[in-house]
Design a protein around this ligand. Structure first.
Ligand code: FES
Length: 257
């Protein structure tokens, strides 16, 4: 989200000078300078979380490669967003995401409107070096045994579907549920490879959870994990209009063909 401070801070991003309000993230400052940094877990409507590790940058005088979405600007900062090091790191991160993602883009309802697809293109990913032993999307492994990681689709909500096989656990849906809607219906369950988005207590589906079907999670999802049923049935609309009323502030989408 944009900082509302009236104190301005100047910094250099890839050789361009930019002035932004104090408290602005390096990612947003870069955007102000016309430089787009690849991202998956950051979005304007919720607080930065720094989980996807795609937006890494180098900052002069600073060790390591901090996430630009969670790093605030400081006066005189010199940021480099396109060094060989960060490009290699971003590509490696994307390879890991794609190694555990079904490669069904051509038949996926989000094809052409998927941030994972866009991010893979932005980092120049062409091949994935890692062979996945276990994935979240194969019901059976290569030996024909049941895959304990496989999670079936949740179709219980009348307006949208939840397909955990496509989830990258960026937590945008969880944060949107909390920060935009204030409902706290979603959480992240488990750790590491076992972590997944869950609608309430273990075993709850969306319909049986505290979800109020506001759609904030669907709006926030960068992949086809949470998809409106109308999009699955009718395809991606040519135009969409978002209106926000004072009652809930979520912003409803109206699709036009
Ligand atoms: Fe910064 Fe995900 S966008 S860590």
């Amino acid at each position: 989200p944009a900082s509302k401070s009236t104190n301005m801070v100047s910094l250099i991003v890839d050789g361009f000078e930019v002035s932004v309000p104090e408290g602005t993230s390096v990612m947003r400052a870069s955007m102000e300078a016309g430089i787009k940094i690849p991202k998956l877990c950051a979005t304007d409507s919720v607080e930065a979380f720094g989980s996807c590790r795609l937006c890494l940058v180098e900052i002069e005088g600073r060790r390591g490669t901090p996430a630009s979405c969670t790093t605030p600007v400081s006066e005189g900062m010199v940021v480099k967003t396109q060094t060989e090091k960060v490009q290699k790191l971003r590509k490696g991160v994307m390879e890991l995401y794609i190694s555990d993602h079904p490669l069904d883009c051509l038949t996926c309802a989000a094809n052409g409107d998927c941030e994972l697809q866009d991010a893979a293109g932005a980092v120049g990913l062409r091949d994935v070096r890692y062979e996945a032993k276990e994935t979240h999307f194969e019901a059976r492994n290569t030996s024909g045994e049941e895959n304990p990681q496989w999670l079936p689709k949740d179709d219980s909500n009348p307006y949208f579907t939840y397909d955990p096989s496509k989830c990258i656990v960026c937590s945008r849906c969880v944060r949107a549920c909390e920060e935009v809607q204030g409902t706290f219906a979603l959480t992240i369950e488990g750790r590491g490879f076992d972590s997944r988005v869950s609608a309430g207590m273990a075993g709850d589906d969306f319909l049986g959870s505290d979800c109020v079907s506001c759609g904030a999670c669907v709006q926030a999802c960068p992949t086809a994990t949470l998809q409106e049923k109308s999009v699955i049935e009718l395809g991606t609309p040519d135009k969409s209009v978002v209106t926000t009323c004072a009652y809930c502030g979520v912003g409803c989408s109206f699709k036009a063909e």
